[in-house]
Design a protein around this ligand. Structure first.
Ligand SMILES: *Cc1c(COP(=O)(O)O)cnc(C)c1O
Length: 479
């Protein structure tokens, strides 16, 4: 803090800058000077300045210039109940006054963590009845690596260590989470993956299905798990991990044949199935969990994001009676986070779950708003720039293409068209994200039909503007 010119004169009082903030340009200057952004090229962002979001209500964001946006991403796939629910603010304030923090390490517990655990045992399917808490989805997946390996160790099979995952999966950004994930640009930084993680191919029919029908392709990709088990040896494998629907990978809904075959393979072999429900959980697919939508029987699920609708950072691993029994009888599990089961986050999560349940938000997703969104989203697939659309509940994608008849990809660098479309989308008042040249949405579950109409209208405008710009720049060219 030597360079006086880069720090704010009002910083002596943090409340002052929060309640009466300086103009956008000043905030952008301070942001560029002192804040390092995730998944961002800092120098590039510093040149144009970050967009600064100042408030939100329902499904609408407001920035520091007073512009409003329909939040087609529910923040980062997490604000399931929408913004501005004061009940959650009150739950947090009440808990902070009562007991702002206490740990759960030293044979102690507290009321919010007990209540939340019992609630999760009730809401999660089958005999997933035991929760180990983390501060995020990434941490929970790190826990899962240790849980799965320790489980086999406690059963006298310490050599069962390998965890099989998939290319283009997303399981978080910690060393463990990013290793489980199959994102090449992440592996390239920091020497990942860690040892004993093996990746098989993803079920992305649009980009990788070639001449196969989606059904054939789904079976083929699922059977890669069986081949990997044969090659690596069942005696060396602890678990298989996957998201029911890949989220950050581009909302890739697998072919219908895929999950039943994977479940069959997991049943036929002595390996744990870890289902990463961080996005799919808490209503996004039209059921409480993606596990129910796809008929899965996991041994462990990962939860975060929608657990608190993003109002407080909290994640966890929910395990079956059987897994818990083995771990509980395996001596000390030498693992935990200062904020495992944080009382304020737990109180907020509990209130979020109460709202999801009492307001029947997930029933409404399944019976009304997701089918309505699916109908309208499908119409966007008619657009000349769109090669394929995918939707599952309230998560959806559009693959942009220079030639819709051929499932073609662009000659331009991957992500060029997607980035242009994201810009036009923002300018049209819609937050829509791009993953390569796929556009994705994951809006709050509380969207109304008029909200959906407005989302579709703005997405359509963004597609039109993108199409025109790609033509003007000579980029409607297939690779
Ligand atoms: C976001 C995400 C994670 C990581 O959660 P964080 O809270 O960002 O650490 C893990 N798995 C999936 C499927 C996710 O989408």
């Amino acid at each position: 803090m030597n360079d006086a010119s880069t720090h704010c004169p009002d910083m002596g009082s943090a409340m002052n800058i929060l309640t009466n903030h300086p103009p956008t340009a000043e905030l952008q200057r301070l942001d560029a000077a002192h804040h390092m952004h995730p998944f961002t090229a800092g120098a590039e962002l510093a040149k144009k300045g970050a967009r600064i979001i100042t408030r939100a209500d329902g499904v609408t964001l407001t920035d520091s210039e007073g512009r409003t946006f329909l939040d087609g991403m529910a923040g980062l796939w997490c604000v399931n109940i929408g913004y501005g629910r004061s009940e959650l603010a009150e739950a947090a304030a009440r808990q902070m006054r009562e007991l702002p923090y206490y740990n759960t390490f030293f044979q102690t517990s507290h009321v919010p963590v007990i209540a939340l655990s019992a609630k999760l045992a009730e809401l999660t399917p089958n005999d997933l009845n035991h929760v180990f808490y983390a501060g995020s989805g990434s941490e929970a997946n790190d826990t899962n690596i240790r849980l799965a390996r320790h489980y086999w160790s406690a059963r006298g099979k310490p050599q069962k260590k390998i965890i099989i995952s998939r290319k283009n999966a997303y399981h978080g950004s910690t060393m463990g989470g990013a290793s489980l994930g199959g994102m090449q640009p992440m592996h390239a930084q920091g020497g990942l993956p860690i040892a004993d993680i093996h990746h098989i191919d993803q079920p992305d029919w649009y980009l990788e299905g070639g001449e196969h029908s989606p059904e054939e392709f789904g079976l083929e990709r699922a059977r890669q798990l069986e081949q990997a088990i044969e090659t690596l040896g069942e005696d060396n494998i602890a678990a298989f991990i996957a998201e029911p629907v890949q989220g950050a990978g581009g909302v890739i809904v697998p072919p219908e044949t895929y999950w039943p075959e994977l479940q069959r393979i997991c049943d036929a072999h002595e390996i744990l199935l870890i289902v990463d429900e961080v996005i799919c959980g808490f209503g996004r697919t039209g059921n409480w969990f993606g596990t129910e939508t796809f008929g899965l029987r996991p041994d462990i699920i990962t939860i975060a994001k929608g657990l608190s609708s993003g109002y407080a950072p909290i994640g966890g691993s929910v395990v079956t009676d059987h897994v818990a029994e083995v771990i509980d009888n395996g001596g000390d599990f030498n693992h935990g986070y200062t904020y495992s089961g944080h009382p304020v986050a737990a109180a907020v999560a509990l209130e979020n779950l109460r709202i999801l349940q009492e307001e029947k938000i997930i029933d409404r997703v399944r019976d009304d708003i997701a089918p309505y969104l699916a109908e309208k989203w499908g119409q966007l697939a008619e657009h000349p720039l769109v090669g394929y659309s995918n939707i599952c509940g309230m998560m959806a994608s559009l693959a942009l293409t220079p030639d819709k008849s051929a499932r073609a990809v662009f000659a331009a660098e991957r992500g060029t068209a997607g980035l242009i479309c994201r810009g036009h989308s923002f300018d049209s008042g819609l937050v829509m994200r791009h993953v390569g040249d796929r556009m994705v949405i994951s809006p709050p579950l509380v969207m109304t039909r008029p909200d959906v109409d407005s989302l579709i209208e703005r997405a359509g405008r963004a597609l039109d503007l993108t199409h025109r710009e790609l033509i003007d720049k000579g980029l409607m060219v297939a690779a």
